[in-house]
Design a protein around this ligand. Sequence first.
Ligand code: ZN
Length: 333
Amino acid sequence: MGPSYIVAIDLGATKLLASVFDTRLKKLDRIKCNVAGSESPKVVFDLLCQAISDLIENLSMSGDNLLGIALGVPSPVDPAKGVIENSPNLALNGFPIKARLKELFKCPVLVENDANAGTYGEFIMGAAKGYKHVIGLFQGSGIGGGLVLNGALYRGANGGAGELGHMIIQLEGRRCGCGHYGCIEAMASRLAVAKDVMGLAISGQAPYLASKLGHDITAIRSGLIAKAIENGDDKVAEVVNRSADQLGIAMGNLVNIFNPELFVVGGGMVEQFGKPYIERISASMKAYCTPYLAENVKVVPAKLGDDAIAMGAAALLMDELGVSVVSGRGKKG
Ligand SMILES: [Zn+2]
């Protein structure tokens, strides 16, 4: 029998990234394909199985040993049941994805919430390597989060811990996809920023943006927001700054509750606006928590990009199987 490998998949609402890792979490192969999240469960599941089969076929040709399949999904997942519990953007609610994959591929399967897996990936191999108390916060079309407490992923009673995006920071705030008002996700996600700057464009307060945009909100990516600011749309800059301030409020609350050492923040806006954006987030965080706890909390950008979720899921599967990642995890420095 040859070396051991894991197939790990980041299954999102718009794309699927399926990778192969060895037990050092070195990426050996990857397939990427588009997913229409609104497709029927069968279509999405078939696509997933095809990607896994393709990667396994490459492996078996070299006589190597598949350790298992690990999956990150945009939904809370009860780790024992492996069922997708609540995924507004992927038509797989209630789907017993773990059992179905086990049955088909006859190997161990782990299914984890994507932001939990991403945080764990950053903890094992990325920006949080060497730390023990870490909170991940990923700002995209929503806001995902994950908690690594005392060196282990914290899942809560039903696998739903770390849903940081639904922390309410403003009672009269915008309505969130979850049904409540003023969740940080509804106030400061990239999509929330896009809605705000779209409003500015329509009301004539962001002329550069209006000239580039039409009325297509999906065209508002972080790069275009940055261009609008460069070209004098000052109101757009205010919206971006406000999103950083609001993220900081949520993080200040989290500091008081969890006393973390480190926040890993990721997403297109963090990549686009870089250090000044992170410094603004950090300043706001410090203003909204106990000074004594704030002193030593670092805020750093995520490092692993779109590998974080698959890598973290693979690492969690290895933990479950008792296979250690050869990486010096948990040791500081
Ligand atoms: Zn919400």
